[in-house]
Design a protein around this ligand. Structure first.
Ligand code: C5P
Length: 209
């Protein structure tokens, strides 16, 4: 079974994808990490994330980079969002994601274009979202808990900028697939969102469409 989980920054899609992978015993790929690795490698190469050639050269990053804690930094998320605009970067990362989705038994992938581009034939697709204000509130609380000194306004501005880049790009923009379940977690806690996602996938397994 292939499960596609898409959605904007800080929507909770990663948490939901992980819960689904655990529940259904499937391997999981956080595809954002691949774009983060490209963004970070571009910086290590002293390249410019806005230049397609520099970003493409960084696509041959070593696999060990995927374990680097620096990939989780907010600044790396910003770099990822910039390199992900380039069609050549998306093409370079395409096969790796398709191969992961196609492994025997299936997989869970989370990202922005899984249900639309990487695995359009996924057995279950979810589009996880929440209002920008709620996502900024969650991200701000999480960053403050980690000791990062940042204002709510700065986090909200960053979320708006990332949303604009992710939805506005020409190639594989963030888009809800027609057959994806819309899971708006604005008024839901973590447990309720996970329960709704599991119930949806279980329904798909019982009644595949
Ligand atoms: O999900 P995460 O915040 O780690 O993703 C970082 C950035 O990588 C996103 O803002 C988005 O621009 C890009 N991305 C993408 N396609 C994906 C996953 C992530 O363009 N499938």
């Amino acid at each position: 079974m292939i499960i596609a989980v898409d959605g904007p920054t800080a929507s909770g899609k990663g948490t939901i994808a992980k819960a689904l992978a655990d529940r259904f015993g499937l391997p999981m790929l956080d595809t954002g990490l691949l774009y983060r690795a490209v963004g970070y490698q571009t910086q290590l190469n002293h390249g410019d994330a806005d230049k397609a050639d520099d970003a493409l050269a960084a696509c041959s990053f070593p696999d060990s980079l995927l374990d680097d804690p620096a990939l989780r930094y907010e600044t790396t998320g910003g770099l990822a969002s910039r390199v992900s605009i380039h069609p050549a970067v998306r093409a370079a990362l395409f096969q790796r994601q398709v191969d992961f989705a196609g492994q025997p038994g299936g997989a869970v992938l989370d990202g922005r274009d899984i249900g639309t581009v990487i695995a359009p034939h996924a057995d279950a697709k979810l589009f996880v979202t929440a209002t920008a204000a709620e996502r900024a509130h969650r991200r701000h609380a999480e960053m403050r808990a980690r000791g990062v000194d940042v204002t709510y306004e700065a986090v909200l501005a960053d979320i708006h900028a990332r949303d604009a880049r992710d939805t506005g790009r020409a190639e594989a923009p963030l888009l809800r697939a027609d057959d994806a379940m819309l899971l708006d977690t604005t008024a839901m806690d973590r447990e309720a969102a996970i329960a709704a996602a599991i119930a949806f996938v279980e329904g798909k397994v019982r009644r595949p469409s």
